[in-house]
Write a protein that binds this ligand. Structure first.
Ligand code: FAD
Ligand code: SIN
Length: 528
């Protein structure tokens, strides 16, 4: 059994930025299921929203976040994140992270949907890669931090594993995790005083997503299985503009910053159709734009719509969006001369593990931050580029709280080994891949941008069968990452459908044809 003070699950911006601070208070162990840099963070394009321009104000950023969140944000949390943002950004600039500047040396600020000002710090169109690389370099230099890649977290260890019966309402404590070392296929135990879940999102619950393949909702499912609380999982953000490239999975993102730079969404007749539903046109918040695209595609039976960048100077496109330009060119699209075919794709999990203002989950000694956590910032729809900021602010708050607790917690030393007695190696991987595809199809067809009670009920009935089959297979089979990810995605899908079914209104990212309006009397979070 390994023992550590701080155990971190995930090596994206949330996990790494927490690790760098936690190392001042004890031994830190990071486990991550793939190569250490593989994360949603690495693929972030647009940048980090933060108030640093004198012409901008906290009040404007707060208001934009609240408007995008469609009445469901926690205002105190929004104010706290926006106001603490500049300090956290200065810290990562001091770590060595570069953001683009204009010729007179001021930061170049981009604009994205729902923002009333240019306030997005970015490094070209590969902001996430820059952040991930610098944070990893800092982590490698720190002797108090160990990082284990290809370690897949299986289950949180709680009183349940010590032989006690734990019901949903009893206090629970996290003592560490069981992990699958995917290099030697051994299951190991890690005992930790404090555990941070920083495992990211769950884009792969859907058949088209911008998320890399690590995004399978593992952390959320582990917490739910450990009887921790989750919140607002019906709010899955579809990014309006993923590159339409049939057969390619996951999808390549076409950053909203392109629309911030003047790009216009058009239908196949060349009409700028979003203006018909919102005066902000192509730069309206994402829920509105994604729905407008969905409606347009259904109206014309089209496979995609188009982003028109042809009126922007080629030199500007090349300078600001070199990565996107190169990707488009690689498939024969010169964005200075051709329309870019785009479709909405699952992109961001606005709900997640319920946490308080200090990133504390409902399970003792378990914190959560980053995309896997539901802090109250995003409400029913995240404002673009607010998530990297949220991860930094909540990682900081988590360590500020955890450092006061760490010395009073003792590692649990009587954790039993993982018991896989009676299981055997599977030679039926097709059962896993088939069920995964089926879950993703159910979610995309019935629980996507537009929902209804009929579709949700149908989705739940079908999911139940897949759940039963998979659980029975799981109990008989030696564990593998694909099997565990499938099981987690089924859990995530169940939570999304259940939350969506409970919300009898349309708000933000949850639109249902049965209740097409907001119901302000019923305004509340879905927590269970
Ligand atoms: P991640 O960066 O996803 O890291 C999660 C980590 O957990 C990974 O290392 C993963 O391997 C690990 N992990 C997961 N499960 C397990 C397990 N079972 N065991 C061990 N390890 C595990 N947001 C913005 O604010 N601005 C942007 O410009 C922006 N652009 C984006 C572009 C794309 C294409 C995508 C996909 C997202 C974008 N986002 C953006 C969202 C943002 O990138 C993410 O929300 C954020 O990076 C999440 O950080 P995180 O640390 O919480 O999770
Ligand atoms: C983008 O660049 O469009 C993604 C920004 C985000 O998801 O916040």
């Amino acid at each position: 059994m390994k023992k550590t003070d701080f155990l971190i699950i995930g090596s994206g911006i949330a996990g790494l930025s927490f690790a760098l601070k936690a190392a001042a208070y004890g031994k830190v162990c990071i486990i991550t299921k793939a190569n250490e840099e593989e994360s949603n963070t690495k693929y972030a394009q647009g940048g980090v929203a933060v108030v640093i321009d004198k012409a901008d104000s906290y009040a404007n950023h707060i208001n934009d976040t609240l408007v995008a969140g469609d009445g469901l944000c926690n205002q105190a949390i929004v104010e706290m994140v926006v106001k603490q943002g500049p300090e956290r950004i200065q810290e990562i600039i001091d770590y060595g992270i570069n953001f683009d500047k204009n010729p007179i040396g001021d930061y170049h600020l981009a604009k994205e949907g729902g923002h009333s000002a240019h306030r997005v710090l970015h490094f070209k169109d590969i902001t996430g890669l820059e952040i991930e690389q610098v944070l990893l370099d800092k982590v490698h230099q720190n002797p108090n931090i160990e990082i284990y890649s290809h370690y897949f977290a299986l289950e949180l260890i709680t009183e349940h594993h010590l032989g006690k019966t734990v019901d949903k309402n009893a206090d629970k404590t996290c003592f560490g995790v069981y992990v699958l070392n995917t290099t030697n296929h051994q299951i190991e135990t890690i005992s930790a005083k404090i555990t941070l879940m920083a495992s990211g999102g769950a884009g792969h619950a859907y058949s088209t997503t911008t998320n890399p393949t690590i995004a399978t909702g593992d952390g959320l499912s582990m917490v739910y299985r450990a009887k921790g609380k989750v919140r607002n999982m019906e709010f899955i953000q579809f990014h309006p503009t993923a590159l339409y490239e049939p057969g390619v999975y996951p999808s390549f993102l076409i950053s909203e910053a392109l629309r911030g730079c003047g790009g216009i969404l058009k239908n196949k007749k060349g009409e700028a159709f979003v203006n018909a539903v919102d005066s902000r046109g192509s730069l309206a918040p994402r829920d509105i734009v994604a729905r407008a695209i969905d409606a347009e595609m259904k109206k014309y039976g089209a496979d995609c719509v188009y982003l028109d960048m042809r009126h922007i100077a080629k030199s500007e496109l090349l300078n600001e969006f070199p990565n996107i330009f190169a990707k488009c060119l690689s498939i024969g699209i010169d964005m200075s001369a051709d329309l870019i075919p785009v479709v909405p794709a699952a992109h961001y999990m606005c709900g997640g593990i319920l946490v308080d203002e200090n990133s504390k989950s409902s399970i003792q000694n378990l914190y959560a931050c980053g995309e896997c956590a539901a802090t109250g910032l995003h409400g029913a729809n995240r404002l673009a580029s607010n998530s990297l900021l949220e991860a930094l602010v909540f990682a900081h708050r988590a360590i500020e709280s955890a450092k006061k607790e760490i010395d009073s917690i003792v590692n649990c030393s009587n954790i039993p080994d993982w018991n896989d007695f009676g299981t055997s190696q599977s030679n039926e991987d097709i059962l896993v891949t088939h069920n995964l595809r089926e879950v993703q199809r159910i979610m995309s067809d019935y629980v996507g941008i537009v929902r209804s009670d009929f579709r949700l009920a149908r989705a739940m009935r079908r999911l139940k069968l897949i759940y039963e089959e998979t659980e029975s297979f799981y109990k008989q089979t030696k564990l593998s990452v694909p099997l565990c990810e499938l099981r987690n995605l089924i859990q995530v899908a169940y939570i999304i459908i259940k939350s969506a079914t409970l919300r009898k209104e349309s708000r933000g990212l949850h639109y249902t044809t049965d209740y097409p309006h907001k119901n302000n009397q019923e305004l509340k979070d879905t927590i269970f």
